[in-house]
Structures are given as structure tokens and as C-alpha cells.
Design a protein around this ligand. Structure first.
Ligand SMILES: [Fe+2]
Ligand SMILES: [Fe+2]
Length: 206
């Protein structure tokens, strides 16, 4: 394995897997394994580093099992800045909290991987390709319903001209539609992020 900045030699893919496995349910672990696999597949199609993609996939939900109240308490303890919606919907910050935990417990300081873990739920402006790959792999893992996966996969066009931005736009649109139909609170970052990708896709089509 080549040396990567901010990734201790001890943090192999196997070590990342062993770090998350005892923390989460069997079902969640199967999801995480699926995300790591899918992240590698997308990365391979678009020239993103395979190891970093798989590593981000393994670690992205390392705090998904923590309840809302505890996530907010952990974020406060870590001195993280929270939006009022983060406080109300603690689960939305399982990514940023996981990034912090991975830094503390695994010595992971690679900013790209930390950002990919942090941004996998709400997105961000801008996002690196690694972060988009992690976000999309989380949407496309095989236990997700086909009605959700198919439009994202079509936009991504894995076997053609891979288009991460178009797939991000479709994924964010679908996510927002689901939140509206569930009458759920929408985090403003997701709206900003959706508008950002809409702009990128429109400008690319001009
Ligand atoms: Fe997640
Ligand atoms: Fe996930």
C-alpha cells in the first residue's frame, strides 16, 4: 500500500472494518460493507483513489448507532459548531461526529477522508470527488430500493461518461422529495447543496 498523508500505517482497510464491526448492528454492518464496495466501484470508474474511497466507505457510518441526544452531547463536547436543525435532528450529525471519533481513536487526519465522512449525509459546497463518491455510494448500496437507486445510477452512468455532479443532483433531489413527503425537517445545507449542483450541471450543459 502506498503511503497516504494523515493515514497511520496501522489504519488498513481490515482495521477500519474491525473498528466499525463491533459498534453497529449486523444489518448496519451489511450496509457499510455495501457502501465500501460500491465506493470502490465508483472510484474505479472515475479515477478517484480506490483505497481512500473504500476507507471512507468503511468509516462513514461509524457513529450511526449513537442516538440523537448522545450525538449532540458528543458534538458539544468536541466543540463542534451546530446549526439549530442539527440540535433538533441529532442523527444528521452522525457523519461529523464519526469524523471526530476516527481522528481521536484511529489517528486519522487525512482531510479528504475526514471531509468525505463528515459530508456523507448533507453534502457540502464544494465537495471533492472523493466526498461525492462516498455520498453516492451511500445512496447506491444494494439494500436501498431500486426506485431510489435507478435514477441516481442512470445519472451517474458508471459504464459511460461518469458524471458525479449529475448523480449528486439527482440524489439530492430524491432526498429532498422524500423529506417533503415524510413532512420531515430539511436542513438548509441540503437545499444550498442541491442548488449548487443544479448550477454545476446547468453550466456543464451550456
Ligand atoms: Fe450515514
Ligand atoms: Fe450509510
Amino acid at each position: 500500500m502506498p503511503k497516504y498523508e494523515g493515514i497511520p500505517e496501522s489504519l488498513t482497510l481490515k482495521a477500519a472494518r474491525q473498528f466499525v464491526e463491533p459498534r453497529v448492528s449486523e444489518k448496519r454492518f451489511a450496509h457499510i460493507e455495501g457502501v465500501a464496495k460500491f465506493a470502490k466501484r465508483i472510484a474505479n470508474a472515475c479515477g478517484v483513489d480506490l483505497f481512500l474511497a473504500e476507507l471512507s466507505g468503511w468509516l462513514h457510518d461509524a457513529c450511526k448507532h449513537v442516538n440523537d441526544k448522545e450525538l449532540v452531547a458528543m458534538a458539544d463536547k468536541f466543540g463542534m459548531e451546530l446549526h439549530p436543525v442539527d440540535r433538533q435532528q441529532g442523527r444528521l450529525i452522525h457523519g461529523p461526529v464519526a469524523a471526530y471519533v476516527c481522528r481521536e481513536e484511529l489517528g486519522l487526519t487525512n482531510q479528504e477522508v475526514l471531509d468525505a465522512i463528515t459530508e456523507h449525509t448533507l453534502g457540502n459546497i464544494p465537495m471533492t470527488d472523493l466526498s461525492k463518491v462516498t455520498f453516492l455510494a451511500d445512496c447506491l448500496e444494494e439494500s436501498r430500493p431500486d426506485s431510489y437507486r435507478k435514477p441516481i445510477l442512470d445519472a451517474l452512468d458508471l459504464d459511460g461518461k461518469v458524471n458525479l455532479n449529475k448523480a449528486m443532483l439527482v440524489a439530492l433531489d430524491l432526498g429532498l422529495q422524500m423529506l417533503i413527503s415524510d413532512k420531515a425537517v430539511i436542513h438548509p445545507r441540503t437545499v444550498d447543496c442541491r442548488n449548487y449542483f443544479l448550477d454545476l450541471v446547468r453550466n456543464a450543459n451550456k
